[in-house]
Design a protein around this ligand. Structure first.
Ligand SMILES: Cc1cc2nc3c(=O)[nH]c(=O)nc-3n(C[C@H](O)[C@H](O)[C@H](O)COP(=O)(O)O)c2cc1C
Length: 175
C-alpha cells in the first residue's frame, strides 16, 4: 500500500480549503522589488504578532532568504489581475506600482499589508516556511479575493449567524 495519496488527488483535496490570496514581496540584491502570489499565508500567533508563508525556491524565495524580510499584501476581489501577474502570467497592463515603506514593498490596493522580519525557517522538500514577526501592518475595508478549487473567487459570503442564539465568544479567538 502506498504511503502517499496520488499527486492529483492531493491537489484536488487541498484545493477545497478556501483561502485568501496574497502577494509576498521582498527586495532583490539591487534593492529592486520582487514578488509572488501566495495563498500559504497564515497567522501563527498574536503575541508577538507572527505569520508564516510557504515559498517554493524561486526569485522571491531567493530575495526573502537573502534579505530576511518580506511584506504580505492581502489582495482585494478587484485584484485578480495582480494575483495572476505575480503567479507568472503576462498581462497587458504590466506590473503594478509599489509603495516603499521602511524597505517593504507594498501594493496600495491591498486590503491588508504586513511588514515582516524572518525569525525562523523550516525546510520542507522544495519549499521553505518563512516564519516572520510583524513589524508593521495596516488594513482598509474591501471585499477580499479568494481562491478555491483552483479558481479565483469573490471571497465574502453572507455571515452565518449562530442558530443556538449564543453570541460568538469574545475571548479565545486568535484573530
Ligand atoms: C492563488 C495562487 C497561490 C499561490 N500560492 C503559492 C504559495 O503559497 N507558495 C508558492 O511557493 N507558490 C505559490 N503560487 C505559485 C507562485 O505564485 C508562482 O510559482 C510564482 O511565479 C513564483 O514566483 P518566483 O519564484 O519568481 O518568485 C501560487 C499561485 C497562485 C495562482
Amino acid at each position: 500500500m502506498s504511503h502517499h495519496p496520488d499527486a492529483a488527488g492531493f491537489r484536488a483535496a487541498a484545493s477545497r480549503f478556501s483561502t485568501g490570496v496574497t502577494v509576498v514581496t521582498s527586495s532583490d540584491g539591487d534593492g529592486a522589488p520582487v514578488g509572488m502570489t501566495a495563498n500559504s499565508f497564515t497567522t501563527v500567533s498574536t503575541q508577538p504578532p507572527t505569520v508564516l508563508v510557504s515559498l517554493k525556491r524561486g526569485r522571491t524565495w531567493q530575495a526573502v532568504s537573502a534579505s530576511g524580510r518580506y511584506a504580505v499584501n492581502v489582495l482585494a476581489a478587484d485584484d485578480v489581475a495582480i494575483g495572476r501577474h505575480f503567479a507568472g502570467a503576462t498581462l497587458a497592463q504590466g506590473a503594478p506600482a509599489f509603495d516603499a515603506r521602511d524597505g517593504f514593498f507594498l501594493l496600495p490596493a491591498a486590503i491588508a499589508q504586513f511588514g515582516c522580519e524572518v525569525v525562523s525557517t523550516v525546510e520542507i522538500a522544495d519549499h521553505t516556511l518563512f516564519i516572520g514577526e510583524v513589524r508593521w501592518c495596516r488594513h482598509q475595508d474591501g471585499l477580499p479575493l479568494a481562491f478555491y478549487a483552483s479558481r479565483f473567487r469573490n471571497g465574502l459570503g453572507a455571515e452565518i449567524l449562530p442558530s443556538d442564539g449564543l453570541a460568538y465568544p469574545a475571548e479565545g479567538w486568535t484573530i
